[in-house]
Write a protein that binds this ligand. Structure first.
Ligand code: NOJ
Ligand code: CA
Length: 676
């Protein structure tokens, strides 16, 4: 399915203007709409991007500063270039889209420094129909300390932007801001922008491997500059040449929904490095979890301890009855105390509390054909975790546990490095932790263990290379609705994250709370700010290969709407986004990978709305039973969130469906063929 050719247009010219030497090269996307021009001007390397002939990224600088080495920022000249073209399709072992098209034209630009001998650098540009990616390669064998990456994105116009401020203590767990680009300071990626009704951009990175993560600093006049999370000593990246940077990615789409169905970030990652990954299995789980967030259970030993043997067996029974794959158990291991988030050095990852019999629980799970999902909360004490992790993985594996949720709760700079002295604190997003997170993924793979990482490094598509890196948090999840002092995630939150954080990869958001107002838990100051139908729709809108039914399992008893959560798959053959307005509403349509069923999730912000869904995506010559779970006419997330109207209709691809979404509401639909 793959071919290579060099038949696309590339222009390279050298011309002299007085004493200035300018050199440039141009490369287009396969459909010709995107054009990248790169050039050196007075020794400075820049690139710019046009769409349909209009410049959308103005000349933007490229290059580096190092502590010792000089010559990677200026006095650069192009010495040559190579081009290639790839048109390939590859298959994801699991995912939101089974077959991914990988079609691009690539230009490798080779440079040298005209003054400093031996300085060479290449920049590889990839032009896809859905955006642009580029990365740097520096040959050599010397040690280096990078003090700055000079990459810029001169967006030029002043688009609307949805952003989250970087360098905050609570990592990526903040609400998004929505302003114009000119009002932002230094922000996390993905940074998503709306330039006009038919032009959306999102800047992120791919294949973050042994490097600091990129935030974006607004340096004025709508120019964003790469701002790398520093080490405690101020350096940005440490290593030894050859240096291969992560890809800098700019997704470019005519529509907001087009950003979601762009797989550019995955395409920029290396193929599966693990070979046979039939042991990696998407699934649904419930857990001993929400009770701790509500305060009705504790992680630590107490009369309300959640992780007791008895409670674990009860949860296994529920999972078996509901047809779920797994049960997450938090708080079974020694170390949890009331201050667990202040010092992770207390944790043992192998020693259970006296009221938890690991063997009895895992034996019972085996008998009931339910998998236990292990839990490693590190509270950011990396040294304490790294010395125990092999023993913990070995123990878990011996007890039939092959998925683990990890956690890194701690202030942004709470990471105490292995061997570090007090005060040697690192960022969750710096190179030290990028290395740690990667090491754990690789180590887990050697034990055939799947990971769900909370307080993670942001996703950059490495699930393609390591398919055991299933899902992660990396944003405010459902847990904020249980205890956040600001009242939890407002109704528009889940209409923003599909276009921002979720562009980077799957999220363990943990939808499915049915007791929305916590009356049974007796918690007056918090609630879930959605209707119940919207909780169902989130299973389709928010993609995760491990998907939790987050409420206490007893809250699903005698709830007809729970049937949707039982039915909804977690592995898809294709994904479409027919309705999308960032911060307002989104409809996501996905086809089950293991059946001919389609599923629809549609959600709105605090405003009620009616949408019309064109069913032309359905297969020809088939009729379907649509089972619709929707808000009733009087629903409202605040005043009347519970009623779910469940009804069925016969439909086919010539039909449309009217979707009524209450304020803060949603609709979830299962479409099952009635003829084969
Ligand atoms: C934060 C995680 O996001 C949450 O899911 C977990 O329950 C707590 N840490 C405790 O590990
Ligand atoms: Ca968290």
């Amino acid at each position: 399915m793959m071919y290579r050719s060099a038949i696309f247009l590339i222009v390279f010219s050298l011309f002299q203007m007085g004493c200035n030497t300018a050199q440039n090269a141009t490369v287009h996307s396969p459909n010709g709409r995107l054009e990248l021009n790169t050039r050196t001007s007075e020794g400075i390397l820049v690139y710019s991007i046009k769409r349909d002939g209009q410049e959308i990224v103005h000349p933007s600088r490229l290059g580096f500063l190092f502590k010792q080495q000089t010559g990677y920022a200026d006095n650069l000249t192009i010495t040559g270039m190579a081009t290639t073209s790839i048109n390939d399709t590859w298959e994801q072992p699991w995912g939101e889209e089974r077959f991914i098209k990988d079609h691009y034209n690539e230009l490798t630009l080779n440079l040298k420094n005209t003054i400093v001998d031996g300085v060479k650098m290449s920049v590889i540009f990839r032009m896809y129909d859905d955006g642009v990616a580029f990365r740097y390669v520096i040959p050599g064998s010397e040690q280096f300390v990078m003090t700055d990456e000079l990459t810029e994105f001169a967006v030029g116009s002043n688009p609307e932007a949805w952003w989250m401020k970087a360098y905050q203590w609570n990592r990526y767990e903040y609400l998004y801001e929505h302003t114009t680009l000119s009002e932002i300071d230094t922000v996390h990626t993905p940074l998503t922008m709306k330039v006009s009704d038919d032009l959306y951009l999102s800047i992120h990175e791919a294949a973050l491997t042994d490097y600091s993560s990129m935030s974006l600093e607004h340096t004025g006049q709508n120019v964003l500059k790469c701002n790398l999370y520093p080490w405690a000593d101020g350096s940005k990246v440490k290593g030894q040449f050859p240096l291969m940077s992560p890809w800098r990615t700019i997704q470019i789409s005519d529509s907001a929904g087009g950003l979601i169905t762009s797989y550019l970030i995955l395409n920029c990652n290396e193929p599966n490095a693990l070979g046979d990954v039939s042991w990696v299995k998407p699934g649904k789980y419930l857990g001993i979890w929400w009770g701790m967030h509500l305060g009705t259970y504790t992680w630590q030993m107490s009369e309300h301890h959640g992780a007791t043997t008895e409670n674990a067996l009860r949860h296994i029974d529920y999972a078996a009855e509901y047809g779920f794959d797994g049960v997450l158990i938090e708080g079974w291991n020694q170390g949890w105390n009331a201050d667990w988030y202040k010092d992770g050095n207390v944790f043992s990852f192998t020693e259970p509390f006296p009221d938890f019999d690991l063997n009895a629980v895992t034996d019972y799970a085996l008998q009931k054909d339910v998998k236990i999902i292990g839990h490693h909360e590190t509270s950011a004490a990396i040294g304490n975790y790294e010395v125990q992790v092999d023993d913990a993985f070995r123990l878990y594996k011996s007890r039939g546990i092959d998925a683990i949720k990890t956690g890194y709760v701690g202030h942004g700079t709470d990471i105490v490095p292995v061997g570090g002295k007090p005060g040697d604190r690192e960022w969750h997003h710096g190179q030290y932790m990028v290395r740690h997170y990667r090491n754990i993924v690789e180590k887990a793979a050697t034990y055939k263990i799947m990971l769900d990482v909370h307080e993670p490094i942001k996703p950059t598509g490495i699930r393609r290379t390591y398919p055991n890196m299933m899902t992660r948090e990396g944003a405010r999840g459902q847990e904020y609705n249980a205890w956040s002092e600001d009242g939890g995630n407002p109704p528009d939150y889940t209409t923003i994250i599909p276009f921002t954080r979720l562009l980077a990869g799957p999220m363990d958001f943990t939808p499915g709370i049915f007791d929305l107002t916590f009356e049974k838990a007796g918690r007056a100051n918090n609630r879930v700010n959605t209707t119940l139908a919207k909780q169902l729709a989130l299973y389709v809108v928010i993609y995760s290969p491990l998907q939790m039914a987050a409420d206490l399992p007893e809250n699903y008893v005698n709830q007809p709407a729970f049937q949707f959560i039982k039915d909804v798959p977690v592995d898809w053959s294709t994904t479409l986004v027919p309705h999308a307005a960032i911060g307002d509403f989104i409809t996501t349509v996905r086809k089950d990978r293991n059946s001919e069923d389609w599923y629809v999730g549609s959600i709105t912000n605090e405003n009620e709305r009616d949408l019309v869904l064109d069913l032309s995506f359905l297969d020809t010559d088939r009729t379907y039973k649509a089972t619709i779970y929707t808000d009733g006419t009087d629903n409202h997330w605040m005043h009347n969130p519970y009623p779910v109207d469940i009804h069925t209709l016969q439909v086919d691809k010539t039909k449309t469906l009217k979707l009524h979404l209450a304020a803060g509401g949603g609709t979830a639909i299962r479409l099952t063929p009635t003829n084969k």
